[in-house]
Write a protein of this length. Structure first.
Length: 366
C-alpha cells in the first residue's frame, strides 16, 4: 500500500467528521444570519473552505515534525506581517489589525498565534535541561513580541487568547507548578491596573457593560442585551429557519458582526435551547477528541503542539459562546468552524491538520 494512502486511512475519522460537520453547519448558520441582506458571506465562507481543503490534507499527511525547521521562519513572517499592519493595516471596529492583500484581507494576529504555538512547542521540547526561570523568560520573549504588537493595534480579544495557551504549554512543558502559580498570582494582581489604566475607552466600556449590561441598554449594552433577548426568545425549539419576527431579521442584532461574533445568538433564537445544547455538545466531543490526541502523542513536540492548538480553539469557543450569554466580556473572538472569517478558517483548518498529523504519525514513534 502506498504510504500516502496508508496515512490517509489513519486519519482520526471522528475528529474529521465533526470538523466537516461543523464547517457545513457554519455555512448554514452564516446564511441564516445574513439571508435578509443578500451579502454573499455564506458563499465566501464555502470558497475559503474549498481553497483550504488541499492545504488541510497536505499538512495532515505530512509528518508534523516539519515544525522543527518551519516554525521559526513562520514565526518571523508573522512578526513582519504584524509590523506591517502597524503602518499600512486596515482599521476595523477600532483596531488596525487587517492587511489588505487585494482579493482578500488577512489578520496577521491569527497567523502569529499558531506560529507562536509552533515556536513554543519547539523551544520547550528541546530545553528540558535548562533552568525553569530561563525557560519561562525565553517563552515570555517568544510570546511577548507578537503580543505587544497585537496589543498596540489594539486587539484585546487576540491578546487574551495567548494567556491560557501560554500557561497550558508551560504546564505540559514541565515547568514547575510553583512558577505557574506565581505567574497566576502576579497576573491577578495586575488585572485591576490593566483594566483601569491600560485599556482604551471602548475596551473599558466592554468590561463595565459585561459587569452591568442594564446600565446602558441603549448604548454600550445594546449588543449583549439584544443577544440575550434573541437567545431567550428562542425557547426550547426555536423560531425556525428564516423566521420573519426574529431579533436578527428585524435588525436588532448588529448586522456588521452577527455572522461572526454573534452567530450563536442567531442559532439560539432559530433553534432554541435544544439546538444550542446540541451545538455545545458537538464542541465538547470535539475537544475531548483533541485532548485525546494530545495525551496520545508520544513525543514532547507533538504533545505541546496539540495542547496549544486545543487550548487556542477551546478559548475561542468559550469566549465566543460566553459573550453571547453575558458570561464573558465581548472580545470579538469568532466561533471556530462556525463563524465567518476567511483567514480564521485557514488557521483553524491548519490547526486541525496539525492535530491529524500528530495522530497519524504517533505510530512511527513506537
Amino acid at each position: 500500500m502506498h504510504p500516502l494512502l496508508r496515512n490517509f486511512l489513519r486519519i482520526n475519522w471522528p475528529l474529521f467528521g465533526l470538523m466537516v460537520g461543523l464547517l457545513a453547519f457554519g455555512i448554514y448558520a452564516i446564511h441564516s444570519a445574513t439571508w435578509m441582506r443578500d451579502s454573499g458571506f455564506a458563499k465566501s465562507q464555502l470558497t475559503w473552505i474549498l481553497v483550504c481543503t488541499p492545504m488541510f490534507f497536505l499538512v495532515s499527511l505530512l509528518d508534523y515534525r516539519w515544525v522543527r525547521f518551519g516554525s521559526i521562519p513562520l514565526y518571523l513572517l508573522s512578526l513582519a506581517a504584524l509590523a506591517a499592519t502597524m503602518f499600512i493595516g486596515e482599521k476595523r471596529y477600532g483596531a488596525r489589525s487587517w492587511l489588505d492583500l487585494g482579493p482578500m484581507s488577512f489578520q496577521p494576529s491569527q497567523l502569529a498565534i499558531i506560529a507562536g504555538i509552533m515556536t513554543l512547542a519547539l523551544f520547550l521540547s528541546n530545553t528540558r535541561a535548562m533552568p525553569a526561570v530561563f525557560r519561562i523568560l525565553c517563552c515570555a520573549a517568544i510570546v511577548g513580541a507578537p503580543w505587544v504588537m497585537i496589543l498596540i493595534q489594539p486587539d484585546l480579544g487576540s491578546c487574551i487568547v495567548w494567556i491560557p495557551v501560554f500557561l497550558s504549554m508551560l504546564f505540559i512543558g514541565r515547568i514547575p507548578k510553583r512558577w505557574l502559580i506565581l505567574m497566576l498570582v502576579v497576573g491577578l494582581i495586575f488585572i485591576p491596573l490593566v483594566v483601569h489604566f491600560g485599556l482604551k475607552p471602548y475596551q473599558y466600556a466592554r468590561i463595565t457593560t459585561f459587569l452591568n449590561p442594564e446600565a446602558d441598554p441603549l448604548g454600550d449594552g445594546w449588543n449583549i442585551t439584544q443577544s440575550l433577548i434573541a437567545i431567550g426568545s428562542g425557547g426550547w425549539v426555536g423560531k425556525g429557519y428564516k423566521a420573519p419576527d426574529s431579533q436578527n431579521a428585524l435588525g436588532f442584532l448588529p448586522h456588521t458582526i452577527v455572522h461572526n461574533d454573534f452567530i450563536f445568538s442567531v442559532m439560539g433564537e432559530q433553534h432554541g435551547f435544544l439546538g444550542g445544547l446540541i451545538l455545545i455538545c458537538a464542541f465538547a466531543i470535539l475537544f475531548l477528541l483533541m485532548f485525546g490526541i494530545a495525551m496520545q502523542a508520544e513525543d514532547d513536540l507533538g504533545r505541546l503542539l496539540a495542547t496549544g492548538i486545543t487550548m487556542l480553539l477551546f478559548t475561542h469557543t468559550f469566549m465566543n459562546l460566553g459573550m453571547t450569554i453575558s458570561l464573558t466580556p465581548i472580545t470579538g473572538l469568532p466561533l471556530p468552524l462556525v463563524s465567518y472569517g476567511g483567514s480564521f478558517v485557514m488557521i483553524t483548518m491548519l490547526s486541525f491538520a496539525l492535530l491529524q498529523s500528530i495522530w497519524i504519525y504517533r505510530r512511527t514513534l513506537r
